[in-house]
Design a protein around this ligand. Structure first.
Ligand SMILES: Cc1cc2nc3c(=O)[nH]c(=O)nc-3n(C[C@H](O)[C@H](O)[C@H](O)COP(=O)(O)OP(=O)(O)OC[C@H]3O[C@@H](n4cnc5c(N)ncnc54)[C@H](O)[C@@H]3O)c2cc1C
Length: 271
């Protein structure tokens, strides 16, 4: 390994701009980012997480320091200059075109990410911390079923839909999966591309607030296939923790066979 290769960090900061956006459902906006830097970006293709830095009010782009020590400098920035960061999933990546898609849940104007996405237009600039293609291996994804897995359980709310869609699209055709997806209304449901044998259950909150117990209720009532499952669960933190508890305590799943992640926190913000 050369010194240059050794110095490559797993994640790099990319400065990008909005190329276009598309409403893929009433509450989900797909924003396509582009920029020459993206030639050096990579995606594992599953639940690939990235960090987005948004401009503050009155700024045309977020102020993010450059260079090797940028993160320390970023942390030391005064509150009135430091851009808010939120975590998202790469929902599409086309190296050749240097384009990267992010699907934003438009949940209102309370948070910087949802507010920014709601008004995003071509040419708007943000910064993205994403995997560097020069680094081996690509990190920042969590869907890793063991070789002895017989079937997969995927469960989440709309924030996990981009990740679950990515996992399904890459799933080999000899796999079997059960999928539970909670969304705000039937109009948020969409076809999922998958070669594997998949049973998908869509759950509509029917206008009720997100972060309730719909996923847990549906999964509790479901008879599981035989064999060893691997579970991937993401969504509102409280809902996800309750679901993981059910899977481990009542269904007897081994803790290491359950990946769970609080993608957002009801009434709070997570960087
Ligand atoms: C690994 C990972 C991957 C993620 N991928 C995606 C993704 O691809 N697409 C996506 O949309 N989100 C994704 N999320 C979730 C996203 O980071 C959070 O929803 C985040 O809180 C949005 O930031 P915000 O600035 O809009 O709101 P915040 O400032 O964080 O929160 C403001 C308020 O909005 C509420 N809130 C936040 N999110 C929601 C929501 N979805 N529904 C209802 N109320 C909400 C909070 O409880 C809080 O009261 C991901 C999170 C993680 C950890």
């Amino acid at each position: 390994m050369t010194t240059t290769e050794a110095a490559v960090q797993p994640y790099t900061l990319f400065r990008v701009e909005v190329v276009r956006s598309e409403r893929i459902s009433p509450r989900m906006l797909r924003v396509t980012f582009g920029g020459p830097d993206l030639a050096r970006c990579a995606s594992a293709g599953h639940d690939q997480r990235i960090k987005l830095f948004f401009p503050l009010d009155g700024q045309t782009e977020p102020i993010v320091p450059a260079g090797p020590g940028w993160f320390g400098e970023f942390r030391a920035m005064p509150d009135d200059l430091r851009p808010p960061i939120r975590t998202f999933t790469i929902s599409g990546f086309r190296t050749g075109q240097r384009e990267l898609d992010v699907d934003f849940v438009l949940h209102g104007d309370l948070g910087p990410a949802s507010r920014w996405a709601g008004g995003a237009k071509p040419g708007d600039r943000i910064a993205i911390l994403a995997p560097d293609a020069r680094h081996t291996p690509i990190t920042g994804y969590e869907y890793k079923p063991g070789a002895d897995t017989d079937w997969t359980l995927l469960a989440g709310d709309e924030t996990a839909l981009p990740a679950i869609a990515g996992i399904l699209s890459a799933m080999p055709d000899d796999r079997h999966a059960m999928v539970f997806l909670e969304v705000s209304s039937p109009r948020e449901m969409r076809p999922l591309d998958c070669a594997a044998r998949v049973h998908v259950t869509w759950l509509s909150r029917g206008g009720a607030p997100a972060g309730g117990g719909a996923l847990l209720d549906a999964i509790t009532r479901t008879e599981f296939p035989s064999g060893r499952p691997y579970a991937w669960v993401a969504g509102e933190s409280g809902a996800v923790v309750a679901l993981r508890r059910h899977l481990v305590r009542e269904r007897g799943l081994d803790k290491k066979d359950v990946y769970f992640s609080g993608y957002w926190l009801l009434g709070g913000a997570i960087e």
